[in-house]
Design a protein around this ligand. Structure first.
Ligand code: PHE
Length: 440
């Protein structure tokens, strides 16, 4: 018990950067700009911010409350607080969702690493626009290459987790997150100086109130869940490592602000550049791995721009894989009752995730099924479980944790949090779920 207390973050900023690193990922860089641009620009941003405040923030806070109260990793946090083994299923559910997600996420992270190598070795120099499209197809179907590119981030993530939290995750987050922000600012300034970049800014920030439709609100809500990595109980494990003096409300607010800032900055980098060179904005992997490399190649200092951009993607992906893998590592240690130490657990988790990743690479349908399974069942049930647990079942005195640690919010935050977790969050999750099933 004493030993577990020592394995935690040694500073508030360390936890904030690590948790923001978990949230900041490929969803911020390839998904947010496109969804915002296509769905009313500035109007989408406002709806997104309302979603973040109404249910992103309460859910994020509830994960921290569970972790900080129980001081246990995700797998046993619910049963520890409730004192009932009946809640073990929810911890197990979250860990299952995280484990499956890792296989999928490491494949995509592998693509990012592959493109970083190719940028560094200047392999794109002679490629034309059509060539990039064929190249992505060739790369993503080259199994040995993908295996190698996926194994590298697994080894890197495992190496970080080999150390205790304050020496591994905390130290690295304090380096990588400022680096990520710096690269983004540099690239944004660079891109905004391009002639014709203002069309991209207009695409991203125009106000089209008529675009506020139920469909768009659903998209904003879904993006909010994905971007803040909610529904997997990731921040329960980080919450268990939170310094006891750290205030949950302001910590969560800072994470949300950082995550949104990175998403908006990504849009400011991507669209002005895409428009300046007359490309069409595309969605998802296509935008990042086919359109953007071609755009970057057309810029002056193309080698540097390309290396910086793919370094940015790799950092964003790595800080997320670290948080995913830590949940499983901590849970294995916990379940083994101390028989397995952190090193054993890292090796076991690394083995499991390598197999899952290989399955996704060798059987592309596994990749697609995992994606569908996560978004339609695993994440919604996890998020619903977390909100109902804190809203309805957690003893009241534990919820005092929030206002007690920060007096300014005392009168407002607590009733809002309880109301949001009891009604708003479950309603939002059920609506998103039904929408995903095509009910509306
Ligand atoms: N939040 C990450 C992103 O924006 C995605 C993610 C979800 C990462 C869940 C880890 C776990 O890309």
């Amino acid at each position: 018990m004493e030993q577990k207390k020592q394995n935690g973050f040694s500073s508030k900023v360390g936890l904030i950067l690590a948790a923001a690193g978990s949230a900041v990922g490929l969803g911020n860089i390839w998904k947010f700009p496109y969804v915002a641009g296509e769905n009313g620009g500035g109007a989408f941003l406002i709806v997104y911010l309302i979603c973040v405040l109404l249910f992103g923030l309460p859910l994020l806070m509830s994960e921290f409350i569970i972790g900080k109260t129980s001081k246990k990793p995700t797998i046993s946090a619910f049963s520890t607080i409730s004192g009932s083994k009946g809640w073990l299923w929810l911890g197990g559910w979250c860990v299952l969702a995280v484990t499956l997600m890792m296989g999928f996420y490491f494949v995509v992270t592998g693509w990012c690493f592959n493109y970083l190598f190719e940028s560094v070795t200047n392999s794109f120099a002679t490629m034309d626009t059509a060539g990039f499209s064929a190249h992505f197809d060739a790369i993503s179907s080259s199994k040995p290459r993908m295996l190698l590119c996926g194994l590298l981030p697994i080894i890197l993530t495992g190496t970080v987790l080999w150390f205790d939290v304050n020496k591994g995750i905390e130290r690295l987050s304090k380096i990588l997150m400022p680096m990520l922000l710096l690269i983004m600012f540099l690239m944004a300034v660079r891109v905004l100086m391009l002639e014709g970049s203002s069309a991209g800014m207009r695409f991203l920030f125009r106000f089209e109130w008529s675009q506020i439709t139920p469909e768009m609100i659903m998209k904003a809500a879904g993006q909010c869940f994905f971007s803040l990595s909610l529904g997997l109980g990731l921040l329960i494990t980080y919450g268990a490592y939170m310094p006891s003096v750290q205030d949950i409300t302001s910590t969560s607010l800072q994470i949300v602000v950082l995550d949104t800032l990175v998403a908006v900055l990504a849009g400011i980098i991507i669209f002005p550049a895409v428009f300046a060179f007359g490309f069409n904005p595309a969605e998802g992997p296509e935008l990042v791995f086919e359109v953007l490399p071609a755009v970057l190649q057309k810029m002056s200092l193309s080698w540097l721009s390309s290396v910086l951009f793919f370094t940015l993607l790799c950092i964003a992906a790595l800080t997320s894989t670290i948080s995913l893998m830590e949940v499983v590592v901590a849970s294995i240690c916990e379940v083994s009752g101390g028989r397995l130490n952190r090193h054993h657990s890292v090796l076991i988790t690394g083995g499991i995730v390598s197999v899952l990743m290989a399955l996704c690479i060798f059987f592309p349908q596994v990749f697609t099924w995992t994606d569908i399974l996560e978004t339609t069942i695993l994440l919604p049930v996890g998020a619903l479980g977390v909100s109902l647990f804190v809203g309805w079942f957690m003893p009241m005195k534990n919820k005092d944790l929030v206002p007690r640690s920060d007096k300014r919010w005392k009168t407002l935050m607590r009733p809002f949090l309880v109301f949001a977790l009891r009604w708003i969050v479950p309603a939002a999750i059920i609506l998103i779920f039904l929408n995903g099933q095509g009910v509306f």
